[in-house]
Design a protein around this ligand. Structure first.
Ligand code: IMP
Ligand code: MG
Length: 174
């Protein structure tokens, strides 16, 4: 068994994604031109489930970024394929979508990079926030729920590429 406790059940995840979608639907009402930038791999299930519940127009694009090895953040996040990114972002309304706000290093690095490309607006949306103090505070605009400070797997979140397909969020146990 690689997990001992389920922290967020499938039903709770669905309700959480619905709540975020409702807030986004109010905030972006009437827009047809939002560019949702999804941080791969972890945020893919969240972003695709979220997109089904949105009533405004959002196009999804996927960015690959990585910072973790095993259960430790390496502290350095980077966007792996940034070709065409400046043209895509310039003048666009960007919603950056990630799975989890942990140390804050990934979101900080990506937000700083994207800002250099002059978006018309930029907001951030994450499914989960870990409770412990972040190494970098990020003003996340839309947060699903807080969870305890455990290394978690499931619903896109992995341990070295594994367990992303669990339909719930569980605390990883070696
Ligand atoms: P941060 O830079 O530490 O905030 O972490 C952000 C990225 O690390 C997220 O996009 C996740 O992909 C990954 N991550 C952070 N915490 C966990 C975890 O508990 N399980 C799996 N991946 C995690
Ligand atoms: Mg990630």
């Amino acid at each position: 068994m690689v997990y001992d406790r389920i922290l967020v059940s499938t039903e709770q995840l669905d309700a959480c994604v619905t709540r975020i979608a409702q807030r986004l639907n109010v905030f972006y009402e009437g827009h047809e031109d939002i560019l949702g930038l999804v941080i791969l791999e972890g945020a893919r299930p969240f972003a695709t489930d979220l997109a089904k519940k949105l009533t405004f127009g959002m196009k999804l694009e996927f960015l690959k970024a990585s910072s973790y090895k095993g259960t430790e953040s390496t502290g350095k996040a980077k966007i792996e394929d940034r070709r065409h990114l400046p043209e895509k972002v310039e003048g666009q309304h960007i919603l950056l979508i990630d799975d989890i706000y942990d140390t804050g290093l990934t979101l900080t690095a990506i937000l700083e990079e994207l800002k250099q490309y002059h978006p018309a607006s930029m907001k951030t949306c994450v499914l989960l926030e870990k409770e412990h103090p972040h190494r970098k505070e990020v003003p996340v605009d839309f947060i699903g729920m807080k969870i305890e400070d455990a290394f978690v797997i499931g619903y896109g979140l992995d341990y070295n590429g594994l367990y992303r397909d669990l339909p719930f969020i569980a605390a990883y146990q070696e």
